[in-house]
Design a binder for this molecule. Sequence first.
Ligand code: G4P
Length: 291
Amino acid sequence: MAHIQWYPGHMAKAKKEVQSQLSAVDIVLEIRDARIPTASMNPMLDEIIKSKRHMIVLNKKDLADPLQTKDWVKALSGENKMAIAIDAKKMSDMKLFRQSLKEFTQDIQQKWRNKGILHKSIRVMVVGIPNVGKSTFINQFTKQKKAQVGNKPGVTKGQQWIKIDKDFELLDTPGILWPKFEDQEVANKLALTGGIKDTHFYKDDVALFALEFFLHYYPDAISSHYPIKYEDVHPPYPELLMDLTKSMGMLEDYDRAADKIIRDFREGKLGRMTLDRIEEGNILRNEEVRD
Ligand code: G4P
């Protein structure tokens, strides 16, 4: 069983840290993994950020199913909320993101201008659960923009504002949030995508979850990538894992085969896949959890 080490104390601390920075920012950029748009969300974020402007960035779109991503972007956009899908490693996507951010915040600038405030930058903060690509995103967004503008009130000691350009300033350290870890399916999806450390789950459990998922939603994926015939790919899944292990020449080393299946998925070798299915009404619902 996949297991995430987040305790009530961790959550309360993370929540407090994000809350303490909120008063200093104009917009929260929430990074999620495009393969798991709901499993990679924080169940309390809406409650934490209240009416603050909120942009959802579905990152790692290069690994996700493009049709699913298109529908997710539509479903997650709404009043005071905008969603966009990117591959943070791609400069052209970062340019598109920058353009969307500008459009999404132009009314804030307009309001300031109406009040005679002319040279104020929009202050941006990045939040997200581990491994969604927060650091990659910040590095890309701030590329060659290392002119830091110093500490400001409301910012944890040691954190800096980085001036991106005349329009935006970014908090250099992301707010790290927790996922809805008590849900077993969420935990399996996080483990498969790399959101939980490999030492915190049993690989064969997660590989069995993966095989069942592939067979259901991407039935060709297994036989087109591994030396096994399409008609031999069927439940029961433990036997399928044993057959795959043998066919890969790994004798009875099921752990090694499970590890390979998980790694192949993470690297996109099995194709672009989305684990949270939009057609199943898996739309974001921020649920109350006790902290
Ligand atoms: P975090 O700060 O939210 O914890 O995530 P981080 O930026 O460290 O990224 C986690 C992993 O995801 C990294 O891979 C990173 O390269 C990868 N990543 C980030 N954005 C994207 C993206 O848009 N597409 C793809 N395919 N990968 C992305 P890693 O294997 O942990 O490290 P490395 O390969 O960069 O050495």
